[in-house]
Design a protein around this ligand. Structure first.
Ligand code: ZN
Length: 506
């Protein structure tokens, strides 16, 4: 058995996944409505084919010839670091795909496909009881899945590990408890003592074609390579990758909501820069994959929030923006605009939440997921638990299910364990930027003068091009000398928002 044979087999599977991604991208952007069923069949055929190749006897024989199947250690002791890591990741991926019985995977896929339809309808009709029996079944499946994967403390750990390798409920609980305490207090201070900001001009009419054009311009200045990517429109913005030389983003435009399009474009461009920055010669190898969902989110959130909602960023872009939107932005100076894009207001909907309250939405979901998977909360009691936590975290209560417990698609897809990654992304991002500031001492000037590719290069060298050569914990330690902590993110928010809301410093 040769390493090359394993690499070839992995590359073959990756190519099939990439082709599937093209079909999926097309489905979300240009596919005619009538093609849905045929497209679902095509996509499902490719994923079955990839799964068959990945779990087949030939693949297993190849892997067995190279790796100790108990430990993931190479059989040849003198293996170099990259190959050792590649073999370990290939072994871990193999365990993940081959652990779940084929029937289980198929049943869960059918259940979640149906559940998504039921959830969509239930959300529109504000009918939690219609969705509840499906959610109960999904939770049963997820518990079983955790049993198949195995865990030491709680089944929820096994599910988290699929999105955030190396993380677990205990570590996240410690991080989130500290974050929650700080954020709840900050939101309270802003509400009670902050100087209010009137952001109504943000709902004025902004020409959508110009919004589109402006978004493209910003993405280009950020260093997104349009010869290896493009932007299209879709119902929900996303980024997808076929290869580091073909990374696509989408956005959505609303005439009376300028913030949505521009910040979703910046967010998705952040994801896309990560994918464009993966090494081309790593394509097909597990080394060429992003580290985790949380690290991916760190990239989008650094760009969207820490850079994209900074005064320095708009120092550069605001003159261009007012040039394009002279009517809606008439008499609004940079300082006012900066405050309007950074208003903090507890709201019911996660995807519309501001930078300060966003993580609270995530922590609420994390606590609820942990209870549901552990069997400490029953689905019938879920809406009450949701409302009570909204009150505790954000001081508001939803009046119906659709703006409360039914708002997210994730649970209907069976994606338990995914939510924490969003908030972890904020924590990773703040720590990375602290290090970036040391390496680029004139960071503020760099942003002010629009030299954003300098930042992209820093991220490329320190994060993107590493691929999956290390896990998140190791990367953060390498960059900052410390392990993951909530403090840098809290410090960043305190500094920024105490200034914006004219609150005394802590
Ligand atoms: Zn994202």
């Amino acid at each position: 058995m040769s390493i090359q044979e394993l690499k070839d087999r992995l590359a073959e599977i990756k190519k099939i996944d990439s082709i599937g991604a093209v079909l999926h991208w097309d489905q979300e952007t240009y596919m005619p409505e009538g093609a849905g069923d045929a497209r679902a069949e095509h996509i499902s055929y490719l994923s079955t084919l990839a799964h068959r190749l990945h779990t087949g006897q030939e693949f297993l024989n190849c892997l067995k010839g190279l790796v100790n199947m108990e430990t993931g250690e190479p059989l040849q002791p003198q293996t170099d670091a990259d190959t050792r890591r590649m073999l370990y990741l290939a072994w871990k991926d193999y365990r993940d795909v081959s652990t779940l019985p084929a029937d289980f995977v198929k049943e869960l896929a059918l259940l979640t496909a149906k559940s998504q339809q039921v959830w969509q309808k239930a959300r529109v009709e504000n009918d939690f009881n219609a969705f509840a029996p499906y959610l109960e079944k999904i939770i049963d499946f997820k518990r079983k899945e955790a049993e198949y994967y195995g865990y030491t403390t709680t089944p929820y750990d096994a599910l988290i590990d699929k999105f955030e390798p190396g993380m677990n409920t205990e570590k996240i609980t410690i991080l989130f408890n500290r974050l929650k305490e700080a954020l709840v207090q900050l939101v309270k201070d802003i509400r009670e003592k902050g100087t209010p900001i009137d952001d109504k001009p943000m709902q004025r009419s902004f020409d959508v074609d110009k919004q589109w054009e402006f978004g493209l311009k910003v993405a280009e200045v950020m260093g997104y390579d349009f010869t290896c990517g493009r932007q299209d429109k879709s119902a929900h913005p996303f980024t997808t990758t076929f290869h580091p030389t073909d990374v696509r983003i989408t956005t959505r435009l609303h005439k009376n909501n300028f913030k949505t399009a521009i910040f979703s474009t910046i967010h998705e461009t952040g994801h896309a820069l990560y994918e464009q920055g993966l090494r081309i010669d790593d394509y097909g190898s597990p080394l060429g994959e992003p580290i985790s969902f949380g690290i991916h989110e760190s990239q989008s959130r650094i760009w969207e929030n820490i850079i994209g909602r900074s005064r320095d960023f708009w120092y550069h872009f605001y003159p261009q923006l007012t040039g394009m939107f002279s009517r809606p932005l008439v008499n609004i100076n940079l300082d006012r605009f900066y405050k309007m894009i950074n208003t903090v207001k507890p709201s019911l909907i996660r995807v519309e939440a501001d930078e300060v309250t966003y993580s609270l939405h995530i922590m609420l979901r994390f606590e609820i997921e942990a209870l549901l998977i552990d069997g400490k909360l029953e689905v019938k009691d879920l809406p009450a638990a949701w409302d009570q936590k909204m009150e505790e975290f954000l001081g508001i209560r939803p009046e119906d299910y659709k703006d409360g417990v039914l708002q997210d698609v994730h649970w209907s897809m069976g994606a338990f364990g995914y939510f924490p990654s969003y908030a972890l992304g904020n924590l990773y991002g703040a720590m990375m930027v602290n290090r970036m500031q040391k390496d680029i001492p004139d960071l503020s000037e760099t942003i002010k003068s629009g030299k954003l590719p300098i930042i992209r290069e820093w991220l490329r060298n320190n994060v993107h091009s590493i691929g999956h050569r290390m896990d998140a914990e190791e990367l953060i330690r390498k960059l900052t000398g410390e392990s993951l902590s909530a403090e840098p993110f809290i410090h960043y928010l305190e500094k920024k928002y105490r200034d914006i809301y004219a609150l005394p410093n802590k």
